[in-house]
Ligand binder design. Structure first.
Ligand code: 0RA
Length: 646
């Protein structure tokens, strides 16, 4: 690419192409978010998106994705096939334009979603630039065409390989290992996204194959995803481990000139609201106008209905939005031209017209539904009324907490050993289970920037309790006051007193339980804190291995074996001592500092909410009512808990 003699012979157009590909390879993050595992998987989504676009245009109903044995990916669709003829303006085959030119128009630019074929996107060119090698075959007009690229640069012409009676496109790419941290695709990550796409686009069938064989994966896997019920099936899927309170899933849809929307919803007996929204198949985790329109409408319709059936008397206050959404599972799926994505993570839909569009449809159709289904209507109203009363109780509890803290003059919990630093971005809070561990942590810490909050009392399972009990809980309320951000709808991250909140618990079953309960609490009541990456888990060592003057702290059994074999040490050797830490409390303050708290030497795990649908699933399973799914989950993920002391 930097060969000057070659470059001199290149046309202006070709130089621009090379510069474009180079820009992608220099700053991959700008195009695919990151070069981590997430960015790697994004490559597959870019290619699959083009096939989905072809399907949305009505020309394709099947997309097959294969993880090949060499970790390359093949995506096949049965669409029209990317045009292979000479592009009239650029004078090279369109297939080559699509895979090498970055400015072939923005993905959602101008042309409208109904006709927004892959040609308008730059996705294929970006994936190509970041691939060691890419091979595209097109089946079109009776012929098989192929072009091969390396790092985005064509190494063959667009050639005809023979005849075919199919149509479609087949893309195989091998991600460039010099760009990505790793190039191992995870079946489950792809499966989760494709399942979501299949729910959101009910006409499509997506097949995912894994042809790799290794010790974990003995034979090739294949899953076919197709949901005739679309987002109704999605709601059913989310609620499959929950107790629903009415049998039918409520569904409605509507369309206008430049947008269409569908909504499915069902109530469960839980206290949690799960409204998942999408715009053009992209999860809008920060919400936006479609979500606002939906919330406004459902609040108004349910209140009007409650008054109509006299469940709310004239002199009573309206049910709040939160009351109406308690226990609600809903999917909002909007497809529109020119979506505007806003917000911190560009996952908030901004198009103003979508708000009134959604509000209008939900108002009209939900009103009609409730009138037609008075039994379901009554169940929903009763649920909202229960929530309403509990929230009143919560408000009182909150005021009590405020009043109490005003009396005590300091609002910080008594057991908190605070740090001296006042800049929250430099401060860490260790939440420690157990008094003895709390003691060691207090002595071992660097008090300038590390605060310790020992936990005591009975931990509440927030999955089974409402907000009023959270405020009143003796274990959780110190956590709430220490962090300073409040909870639920009242959360205010600007008040966060520590930017790192580190859960430090023993590596045994009890510790695991405490960790899960705390994580459930953070996820359900302080989700922005988790989303912004403030929650961490400390990794205390499991063993101390000592031979003579040489000492090692080891964090799991695998590393213990590794160490022993590396050093050629033998357990039976009486010189050698392997001390197993039963709990944090067994470590003296120096050891705790050295192994678990010192930022220079410790490892802490950042908790991430990659996918709200999956997180909801995990917490529902781990902490919810149903026992069977919990057993299954623990069995399936037994390896994860291997290094715990059970
Ligand atoms: C625009 C026009 C035509 C095909 C496509 C886009 C297309 C793109 C991709 C990307 C992956 N699979 C695809 N399948 C089709 C052809 C228009 C025509 O045949 O007239």
């Amino acid at each position: 690419m930097t060969d000057n003699t070659k470059v001199q012979n290149y046309s202006e157009e070709q130089i621009q192409v090379l510069e474009g590909l180079e820009a992608v390879r220099k700053r991959p993050g700008m195009y695919i978010g990151s070069t981590s595992l997430r960015g790697l998987h994004h490559l597959v989504y870019e290619i699959v998106d083009n096939s989905i676009d072809e399907a949305l245009a009505g020309y394709c109903d099947r997309v097959e994705v294969t993880i090949n044995e060499d970790s390359s990916i093949t995506v096949i669709d049965n669409g029209r096939g990317i045009p292979t003829g000479i592009h009239p303006k650029l004078n090279i085959p369109t297939l080559q334009v699509v895979h090498t030119m970055l400015h072939a128009g923005g993905k959602f630019g101008g042309e409208g979603y109904k006709v927004s074929g892959g040609l308008h996107g730059v996705g294929a060119a970006v994936v190509n630039a970041l691939s060691e090698r890419m091979e595209v075959e097109v089946y079109r007009e009776g012929k098989i065409w192929r072009q091969i690229y390396e790092k985005g640069i064509p190494i063959t012409e667009v050639e005809s390989l023979g005849d075919t009676d199919k149509t479609g496109t087949k893309t195989t790419f091998h991600a460039d290992p010099t760009i990505f941290d790793e190039i191992r695709f995870e079946f489950d990550i792809l499966l989760k996204r494709f399942r979501e796409l299949a729910f959101l686009n009910k006409k499509i069938t997506i097949v995912l194959n894994d042809n790799r064989q290794n010790e974990e994966n003995q034979e090739s896997k294949s899953v076919e995803l197709h949901y005739d019920g679309g987002i109704v099936s999605f709601v059913q899927y989310i609620n499959r481990n929950k107790e629903t309170i009415h049998p039918d899933i409520i569904f409605f849809s509507g369309a206008k000139e430049d947008a269409e929307i569908e909504i499915a919803l069902q109530y469960t007996d839980s206290y949690i609201e799960n409204v998942f929204s999408y715009a053009n198949d992209i999860p809008t985790t920060e919400g936006g106008t479609h979500v606002t329109g939906f919330k406004t409408a459902i609040t108004k319709v349910v209140n009007d209905y409650a008054r109509k059936i006299n469940a709310l008397k004239e002199n009573e206050k309206n049910l709040s939005g939160e009351d109406v959404r308690e226990g609600l599972t809903a999917i909002i799926n909007v497809k529109l031209m020119n979506p505007q994505f806003e917000g911190q993570t560009k996952t908030k839909l901004g198009n103003a017209d979508i708000r009134s569009f959604t509000e209008g449809i939900v108002t009209e159709k939900l009103t009609y539904y409730l009138e037609e289904h008075p039994k379901t209507g009554k169940i929903i109203i009763d649920k909202a009324l229960l929530s309403f009363r509990a929230r009143e109780a919560a408000r009182k509890a909150r005021e009590m907490t405020k009043r109490k803290s005003a009396l005590e003059s300091t609002s910080l919990p008594g057991k908190l050993a605070d740090c001296s630093e006042r800049d929250p971005s430099k401060c860490e809070l260790f939440i420690v289970e157990g008094d003895s561990a709390g003691g060691s942590a207090k002595q071992g810490r660097d008090r300038r920037f590390q605060a310790i909050l020992p936990l005591w009392g009975k931990m509440l399972n927030v999955e089974k309790a409402r907000e009023d009990r959270v405020y009143g809980n003796d274990k959780l309320s110190p956590v709430i006051t220490a962090l300073g951000v409040n909870i639920g709808e009242n959360i205010d991250l600007s008040k966060l007193r520590y930017h790192k909140v580190i859960i430090m618990a023993d590596a045994d079953v009890d510790g695991q339980h405490i960790r899960t309960l705390l994580l459930t609490f953070f996820f359900r009541y302080m989700r922005p804190l988790v989303e912004q990456g403030h929650i961490y888990i400390a990794q205390p060592p499991l063993y101390k291995v000592k031979k003579g003057k040489e000492e090692h702290y080891v964090y799991n059994d695998r590393d213990l074996q590794r160490l022993m074999s590396e050093k050629n040490w033998n357990r039976e050797d009486g010189n050698i001592s392997i001390q197993r830490f039963k709990g944090l409390g067994e470590m003296n303050p120096d050891q705790l500092w050295e192994t678990t708290m010192n930022p220079e030497t410790r490892t802490i795990i950042k908790i991430q909410v990659d996918d709200p649908v999956v997180s909801d699933e995990i917490f529902t399973i781990l902490m919810g009512e149903k026992v069977e799914p919990r057993k299954e989950f623990i069995q399936k993920h037994a390896r994860m808990v291997n290094n715990l002391d059970i």
